[in-house]
Design a protein around this ligand. Sequence first.
Ligand code: ZN
Length: 221
Amino acid sequence: MIEDLFDNNIRWAASRARVDPEYFRRLAAQQSPEYLWIGCADSRVPANEIVGLDPGELFVHRNVANLAPPQDANFLSVLQFAVEVLKVRHVIVCGHYGCGGVRAAMSGERHGLIDHWLQPVSTLCRRHAHALEAIEDLDARVNALCEKNVLAQVASVAENPFVQDAWRRGQPLSVHGWIYSIQDGLLRDLETTVDGREAALRLLDGDGTRAPAPPALAAVS
Ligand code: ZN
């Protein structure tokens, strides 16, 4: 019942205030989270709960398949605010195994508007088609693409001008790629952390997330 949500809310607010009477007054005054979370909109991946952080401690952006698209005004607004105003120290791109968005992109079937949103994942899928097709089990194949998608989004964040400018200013900022398992509730670090422009260059040049240069250009360079 929808009314239950208000009852839940009253109980939640009361329990918070009981433990810490200054809690809401303090939160209302300011937020100073150290982390930006870029995660999937999937209801089974509640950002704050997974990492045990309270309101005010995690700035959150969620969309289908945890994308960091360089043309999305919503994502870019969140990223700029997080980096330049909140000055978060860590950007966490967190995917999850069994992601429905990744599965839909991999299927190649038509679903409507979401196909446009998921186009970067479809492109990634085609780019890694050889390696992915070698994985017989469909779920394992989807999970492999979930991991590759996290790496691609880390690369996208690392390449973003807001992030590049922060590094140029000497602002401490790390970008992490994690993946979450709905089956056991555990996070896994994909060990792709980028903490500066040099590390970003190594990632962008080395992980295959960039399309190879056309043969003609490659020949002259
Ligand atoms: Zn998902």
